[in-house]
Design a protein around this ligand. Structure first.
Ligand code: MN
Length: 200
């Protein structure tokens, strides 16, 4: 069973508060689709790997044959990261987290503003293409960043929040101003979805 591109969980123009419709259409319909297609091509004939949920595939990356491993890192990572990304954004996003997640953010970072500042630092510090993340590592919150489509899943960490800082994610509206994109991005963060991931 090949991997499939799920539709966006909202219309392409739903995140206009931070991300324009054309960027969403190209990002999902072309970039994400290419990761899915290339992942399926890389795994042709590897039926047991094709049967795994993509997050599990990435957690088990060390077991993927070496000859195809880098292709799976690039494209399986791309598929996992983007599937995650669409679902931690919402047209009703923004605001602040609540409950246990809010408490954990306060105890770990000293509050949401500090978390946002550290994510911005990670996002701007990532030279070239990649991601800035809040992950769960052994039950603790941590800020990290990865290059290209590398996913924290490969090193046993669970993404809770992640912002795509590839230029394809922001260039049409923000051009070279990655900082402005990251600042605006908080308006569409789906804290409810992130709280659910934290609780799971
Ligand atoms: Mn992307």
């Amino acid at each position: 069973m090949p991997f499939e591109l799920a539709p966006l969980p909202y219309p392409a123009d739903a995140l206009e508060a931070a991300i324009d419709k054309t960027t969403m259409e190209i990002h999902h319909g072309r970039h994400h689709k290419a990761y899915v297609d290339n992942l399926n091509a890389a795994l042709a004939g590897h039926d047991s790997l094709l049967a795994l949920p993509v997050d599990q595939l990435m957690r088990q990356i060390a077991h993927v044959p070496e000859a195809i491993r880098q292709k799976v890192i690039n494209n399986g990572g791309g598929h996992a990261n983007h599937t995650f990304f669409w679902n931690i954004m919402s047209p009703n996003g923004g605001g602040e987290p609540t409950g246990n997640l809010a408490s954990a953010i306060t105890s770990t970072f000293g509050g949401l503003d500090n978390l946002k500042a550290k994510i911005k630092e990670a996002a701007l510090g990532r030279f070239g293409s990649g991601w800035a993340w809040v992950v769960l590592d052994q039950g603790k919150l941590e800020i990290t960043s990865t290059a290209n489509q590398d996913t924290p899943l490969m090193v046993g960490k669970t993404p809770l929040l992640g912002v795509d800082v590839w230029e394809h994610a922001y260039y049409l509206r923000y051009q070279n101003k990655r900082a402005d994109y990251v600042d605006a991005w908080w308006k569409v963060v789906n804290w409810k979805a992130i709280e659910e991931r934290f609780g799971a």
